[in-house]
Design a protein around this ligand. Structure first.
Ligand code: NAD
Ligand code: DAU
Length: 353
């Protein structure tokens, strides 16, 4: 079958990437979607098991840092566009091992930019979309929001590696005219998230009546976005965003961690038929994450006004759907927590509790 467009999605076996791939495969049957993923601990092809036999889907296992491999894919598929999500994504891991974040998030991004620049003889109709995070803007006080004009002030090895890659992507626009677009999004939640991030970790721990390690005093604020809303925003930006522009994406949904965790305990207890809120006894305040950013909050006016995108799901509804998904998908949870997971987790938390 001849496809109208060939699009490379990197990191498609991960949390957000799997939702992006599913949306694109179903919405655009005339596009061929090539998923390039290394299948690190965070990548899981089970996340795509419902669509992996679709005619317009192809999986390529490989490393975005591998120049020859990336170039060979550009030659093989003659991509019209790239949606780049592959990354090391967990802040705590970046504190333990910054180098893997530098390699994947910075060198991997440069490698993809170079492949696009050298393989795209003519940039007309091409697009390189870099998916980034609100953490590049640093930390807010009690008030205010991140806009697209907020100066970068990253604090962790993760956020500084993402900030660095954002700057390099913009440099390729200004220096070489590469048609790029960037988005910076707040905390995502929903199905398929690896249980090292707050919500899936805590849902699984509540289920097994294990301790809930709340960092510091728990009075840290995040703006939570339903992951499928992020996928629709990425679709809209990929198709309608302007070259060289940045779009902030957020959920208008700020929670202090401790309040969110209390509601989470109530929902999980309710779903498991336990006395409502009884799991709150599992909460333990532990040593804080070093350099912990106090508050993130997104002003998403630009994407709303210019591209007509808004989040569709309100927080408690999304939280309940999330809890139900993790409690139902026990085989998924068992698979991703097999192998070295428990060993890693025990080591990670040994000096916190
Ligand atoms: P994730 O950790 O769940 O998935 C990352 C994926 O990238 C995995 O499938 C992994 O196998 C793959 N990968 C890692 N290194 C690779 C390499 N060298 N080559 C090829 N593939 C590799 O991450 P996520 O939470 O889905 O985040 C996806 C992107 O969105 C990241 O760029 C992240 O910075 C950004 N982001 C995430 C959030 C969030 O809340 N999770 C919010 C804003 C932005
Ligand atoms: O803001 C977007 C970012 O959101 C993304 O770029 C990152 O890839 C993603 O991991 C996420 O980063 P956070 O550090 O905000 O997410 P995490 O789930 O690790 O933590 C959320 C909050 O909960 C944070 O304030 C730290 C706290 N926390 C986390 C864990 C894992 C705890 O109190 N205890 C925990 O065990």
């Amino acid at each position: 079958m001849a496809f109208e467009k060939n699009i490379l999605v990197t990191g498609g076996a991960g949390f957000i990437g799997s939702h992006v791939i599913r949306l694109l495969i179903n919405k655009y049957p005339t596009y061929r979607i090539v998923n390039l993923d290394l299948l690190t601990y965070a990548g899981n092809l089970e996340n795509l098991s419902d669509i992996d036999s679709a005619e317009n889907y192809t999986f390529e296992k490989g490393d975005i840092v591998d120049t020859d491999f990336v170039n060979s894919l550009f030659e093989k598929y003659d991509f019209d566009g790239v949606i780049h999500l592959a990354a090391e994504s967990h802040v705590d891991r970046s504190i333990e091992d910054p180098m893997s974040f530098i390699k994947t998030n910075i060198l991997g991004t440069v490698n993809l930019l170079n492949a696009a620049r050298s393989n795209w003889k003519d940039f007309t109709g091409k697009r390189f979309y870099h998916v980034s995070t609100d953490e590049v803007y640093g930390s807010l006080g009690e008030t205010g929001f991140f806009t697209e004009e907020t100066p970068y002030d990253p604090r962790s090895p993760y956020s500084s590696s993402k900030a660095s890659s954002d700057h390099i992507v913009r440099a390729y626009y200004h220096t070489y005219g590469l048609p790029i677009v960037i988005s910076n999004c707040s905390n995502n939640y929903g199905p398929n998230q690896f249980p090292e991030k707050l919500l899936p970790l805590f849902i699984n721990n509540i289920k097994h009546e294990k301790s809930l390690p709340v960092y510091g005093d728990g009075k840290y604020t995040r703006d939570w976005l339903w992951v499928m809303d992020h996928a629709t925003a990425i679709d809209v930006i990929y198709h309608d965003g302007k070259n060289g522009e940045t779009y902030n994406i957020g959920g208008n949904n700020e929670w202090q961690n401790i309040d969110l965790i209390h509601v989470l305990c109530e929902i999980v207890d309710d779903e498991l038929g336990r006395e409502k809120g009884s799991s709150k006894k599992l909460i333990h305040f532990v040593k804080d994450r070093p350099g912990h950013d106090k508050r993130y909050a997104i002003d998403a006016t630009k994407i709303k006004n210019e591209l007509g995108w808004e989040p569709s799901i309100q927080s408690e509804e999304g939280l309940r759907l999330t809890v139900q998904w993790y409690l139902k998908n026990t085989a998924w949870m068992e698979n991703v927590t097999s192998g070295n997971y428990q060993k890693y987790y025990d080591k990670m938390y040994a000096d916190r509790v």
